[in-house]
Structure formats: structure tokens, C-alpha cells
Design a protein around this ligand. Structure first.
Ligand code: SF4
Length: 552
């Protein structure tokens, strides 16, 4: 291999050269911050920002906020500035951050496992009505995201959320984010094991602890007894599996993630019983904290470490340096043939029913959520769940109350027997509020569903599984484009008349479960926003007319 020299800069970028310079791994002695984000976290722990919000910024207003807090540490409490209205996507990359900042915030409420009581749902709705202009989006990480939040209102919002047992703690930032869990945990007839106690215990032991809240980058966790949480693309995931000798427990995956370098997680080959999940989780997050790459933000996710080490070395370090014991070997979980979206009416293992409804792209409102809470209570339920596919479930409904609840939800724009197009659509925040966005997403999702329901009514019955269409406003893949049948990555494209317009790079044929793999990006395969509906219609019609027996 060539030596790195001034005349041969390419050699300096080789993996071996990078290792020599160090990637900012704390465990190897690189404690000096190697980029501005690391510097900011070292200068002041991001968890400290809450007291400044309460005592200084909420009183002094937007202009009193220190820029380092505004664009950095605020995230540890789920706060991002939202995009100034009226800035088109073509200018996103050319403007300075402060030119894109509005004085209002997006706020994420973490809802681990997507599990809420109807009282909590109503509180979320009331906060939205009072402080967020009635905005509320269900995200594909089972959070609720508000918009139009003013810094002055944050102390009261926290008081109300925390009074209901909710939090925004490490909802964003280089920290352990919301933990995904099966939306049907504890009630599904086919569940292998209920992961809820492990999720609760991880939160109880580790959430908000400074030593787990300064990571190289974000850390996404899933714990589920069913393969219904996209476990393949998490930093760490615990997936239900039955050990031949020890019974139900969890298979451990590490190093999955999407964005611009998508990777499927790797199995460690270890089986973990329910009560050991928190300890193993702590071990994995500690390996990431200590050995993760802090030099380049673009290589700081755990997936790069796992890719370089491989699953075997990762497991060896986890066991020898952190757990101080061996884990048991275990089998792989069975891959599901189709995506569980939980929409519709389904029997629970206790004989009651859960009812799944489909908003488009997760968009609801505070008022709608309050009405859902009341409708659920009228149907005898006090539990709802949000799903990783931006859907909403009401649990524990007696059979005789199901039709009434379905009618009420439909009245609220939340059908429980939606078209396959409505079921299959997801959309990220997009240009309406997101500063990184290049194109509009939520309204496009709505227009697409309305148009497909009209144009494809003749073939709707031929679709056994919803055709998934995931719409992203930029390359970051918040809406998991690489895992959709049709994944749309927002970018500026050239239309037939040579104009630069909003459009999408298309990824085709992605999926998780049995077909786990990323959609193929075909060179030059782009559509403009205006062509999108016709394009999706053609793809679906061609697939249905040309597919072979059993082809998904
Ligand atoms: Fe924003 Fe891009 Fe994520 Fe969409 S994918 S929410 S545009 S960062």
C-alpha cells in the first residue's frame, strides 16, 4: 500500500491511515475533541442546557439563546429550530444555519414502545392545541412531534408532560433516543415475548444519566418480541426468539442504520433473557461511547465500528471488557414474510381486540388526538399505541364496541380499513418545517394517496400486501426510503424544459424481514414532483401485471 505523502493525499484517506491518525476513540486515548460537535459536548454537557432554558431563555426569549445551545445542546431535550417559511429547497445547502432558523421549534416527545394511556394522549393533544398551533405528527420512531413551539412556553410544556409521565429527555442529540417496541407488545397472539419490562428498566436505570448521553452520535434501540420494529436498521436491537433449551428471549443485533451509508445490522449470535436485556444494552452503548469514532461526524454511528470490527470482535469486546462474562449462543429469529402494520381489527390473546388506524404520513393534530382518546374511552379502552409505520392503535376493545370505534375513527380521518396505498405511505417532516429538507413531503403523501385511490381503484383488490412508498425530503432517510418498495429521496432535479424543480431519486425494491435488503438506486432514475403520481401508478400497474407467482 502507498504511504500517505503530500503528493499522494488519497493514500492518507485509506482505512489504515485513518487508524494511525485515530478516529477519536476515547478508549484509545483520543480525548481531545476533534470536531466542533465534540468540542461543544466537552465544553458543557448537553443535559445541563435544561436549566438554562428554564431560567434564562424562557424569560429572555429567542434572542437570548446562546448559538451553541440553540443548534447543539437543545436537541438533548427534543428541540430543533424549525425552518423559516418560504425558503425553497434549492437554497437549503447554500444558506448559513442562522438564515434557515425560524424562531419557533419542533419538539419531540419520546414515547418509548409507542405506548400511551388515553390520559397521556389527551395531554399531548391539549399541549398541541395551546402551544403548538394544533400540530402533531406521529413519527416513524413512535414519537409525537410538535411544531410552532416558543421557547417561552417550554417550562410549562415540560411541567404538563412530566405531570403525565412523559418526557422529551434525549429525544434527539448524540444520545440514546426513544426505544422502539412492538405496538402490540403484551397483547399479540403470536408474540414470542413481551419486551416492555426491558424497555421500562432501561429507561429507569439509564435515561438522563450523563455517562450515557455524550455518545459519538445518536443511538437507536429497538426491543421487540415480534419482528415489527425494523430491527435490522437499529444501532442495537433485541428481537424475540425461542432458545431450544432456555425458552423465549432475545437475539441481539448491532450496527444497523440508514442515511447515506445504509447498513443492515449484524447478529451477535447471542441469546439474552428478558431480565438481562438492560445490562447487555448498557454494555453495547458503552462500547459505542468508548470505541465509537468521534473524529468525523459522517463515520460516527456505531455501524461504522461494527463494519470495521465485525460481529465476532464486537461480541468479544462486549463480553470481555464490559459484561465480564460470556453470553449464551442463540438461534436467529424467523423473518416475517410481510411487514406487520397492525392496521385493521385484530384479536388479542385475551380475547379483546385492537383496532389500527391509518393517518397519512403520520399527520394528525392535537384536536384529533384528544378526540381519539375520548373515542377509545367510550369503547372501554384506556390504552393506545403509536407504530413505527406512523399508524395509531387502540387496544383492549370488546368485540361489541369495535364497530362504533371504527366509525368514530373514520369520522376523524383515521380509517381502519384503508386502501393499500394509504396503508403503505410514510413521509418525513420535509420542507414545511425541516431545515435540511430539499422538497415537500407530507402534502405530497396526501395528494399521492388521494390520486392512487382514484386511479388504481380497479386493481386495488389484487394487492395482497400494501405497496410501500416512503417519501423523504432529503438524503437523510428519516422515512427509511431504502426499505420501501418505492423509496423517494428528495432532491432538486431537472424537468423536461430544463428547469430546476423539486423531485426525487427513486429506490426500488427495498424491504425488511424475509426480503431484507435495500432498494436499488437506478442511475438517473429520477422523477419530478409533478410526475410523481403518474410514476407510482405506472410502477404499481407494471408490477401487478408482470409479477410472477408469489413475487413480492
Ligand atoms: Fe428532514 Fe431530511 Fe429527515 Fe426529512 S429526511 S425529516 S427532510 S432531515
Amino acid at each position: 500500500m502507498a504511504s500517505p505523502t503530500r503528493d499522494n493525499p488519497a493514500a492518507a484517506r485509506t482505512p489504515r491511515a485513518r487508524q494511525r491518525r485515530g478516529e477519536g476513540q476515547w478508549a484509545l486515548g483520543y480525548r481531545e475533541p476533534l470536531n466542533p460537535n465534540e468540542r461543544s459536548k466537552k465544553d458543557d454537557h448537553p443535559l445541563n442546557v435544561r436549566s438554562r432554558i428554564e431560567n434564562i431563555y424562557a424569560r429572555g426569549g429567542f434572542d437570548s439563546i446562546d448559538p451553541g445551545d440553540l443548534r447543539g445542546r437543545f436537541r438533548w431535550y427534543g428541540l430543533y429550530t424549525q425552518r423559516k417559511p418560504g425558503i425553497d429547497g434549492g437554497r437549503t445547502a447554500t444558506l448559513e444555519p442562522e438564515e434557515l432558523d425560524d424562531e419557533y421549534f419542533m419538539l419531540r416527545v419520546r414515547i418509548d414502545g409507542g405506548a400511551l394511556t388515553t390520559e397521556q394522549l389527551a395531554v399531548i393533544g391539549e399541549i398541541s392545541q395551546t402551544y403548538a398551533r394544533d400540530s402533531a405528527d406521529i413519527t416513524d420512531r413512535q414519537n409525537v412531534q410538535y411544531h410552532w413551539i416558543r421557547i417561552e412556553d417550554m417550562p410549562t410544556i415540560w411541567e404538563k408532560l412530566e405531570g403525565a409521565g412523559l418526557t422529551t429527555m434525549t429525544a434527539c442529540g448524540d444520545s440514546p433516543r426513544v426505544i422502539l417496541g412492538s405496538p402490540v407488545a403484551g397483547i399479540a397472539e403470536d408474540e414470542i415475548i413481551d419486551g416492555t419490562p426491558a424497555i421500562d428498566e432501561i429507561k429507569r436505570r439509564y435515561l438522563g444519566k450523563p455517562e450515557y448521553a455524550n455518545l459519538p452520535r445518536k443511538f437507536k434501540t429497538a426491543v421487540s418480541g415480534l419482528p415489527d420494529v425494523a430491527h435490522e436498521i437499529h444501532d442495537v436491537a433485541f428481537v424475540g426468539v425461542v432458545h431450544p433449551e432456555h425458552g423465549p428471549g432475545f437475539d441481539v443485533w448491532v450496527g444497523g442504520g440508514l442515511s447515506t451509508n445504509p447498513m443492515i445490522g449484524q447478529r451477535l449470535g447471542a441469546w439474552v433473557p428478558l431480565d438481562e436485556v438492560p445490562e447487555v444494552w448498557e454494555g453495547v452503548i458503552s462500547v459505542f461511547r468508548d470505541y465509537g469514532y468521534r473524529r468525523l461526524r459522517s463515520r460516527a454511528r456505531i455501524k461504522f465500528l461494527v463494519k470495521d470490527w465485525g460481529a465476532e470482535k464486537f461480541r468479544e469486546v462486549l463480553e470481555s471488557q464490559y459484561l465480564k462474562r460470556k453470553m449464551l449462543d442463540g438461534p436467529a429469529p424467523e423473518a416475517p414474510a410481510a411487514q406487520h402494520d397492525h392496521v385493521g381489527v385484530h384479536r388479542q390473546k385475551d380475547g379483546k381486540f385492537y383496532v389500527g388506524a391509518a393517518p397519512v404520513g403520520g399527520r394528525v393534530s392535537g384536536s384529533t388526538l384528544i378526540k381519539v382518546a375520548k373515542a377509545a374511552e367510550r369503547a372501554g379502552s384506556n390504552r393506545v399505541r403509536l407504530t413505527p409505520l406512523q399508524k395509531l392503535l387502540v387496544l383492549d376493545v370488546a368485540e361489541e364496541d369495535v364497530p362504533g370505534l371504527q366509525a368514530e375513527l373514520a369520522e376523524l380521518g383515521l380509517p381502519t380499513n384503508p386502501s393499500p396505498w394509504r396503508r403503505g405511505v410514510m413521509a418525513c417532516t420535509g420542507i414545511e418545517f425541516c431545515k435540511l429538507a430539499i422538497v415537500e413531503t407530507k402534502q405530497r403523501a396526501k395528494d399521492l394517496v388521494t390520486a392512487l385511490e382514484e386511479r388504481l381503484a380497479d386493481i386495488q383488490d389484487q394487492v395482497e400486501n400494501p405497496v410501500t412508498v416512503h417519501i423523504n425530503g432529503c438524503p437523510n432517510s428519516c422515512a427509511r426510503i431504502q426499505t420501501a418498495d418505492i423509496g423517494l429521496k428528495g432532491q432538486i432535479v431537472t424537468d423536461d424544459d430544463g428547469n430546476q424543480v423539486e423531485g426525487f431519486q427513486v429506490h426500488l425494491g427495498g424491504g425488511l424481514g424475509l426480503d431484507a435488503g435495500f432498494g436499488r438506486k437506478l442511475r438517473g432514475h429520477k422523477v419530478t414532483g409533478d410526475e410523481l403520481i403518474g410514476y407510482v401508478e405506472r410502477v404499481v400497474r407494471n408490477y401487478l401485471s408482470q409479477r410472477e407467482e408469489g413475487e413480492r
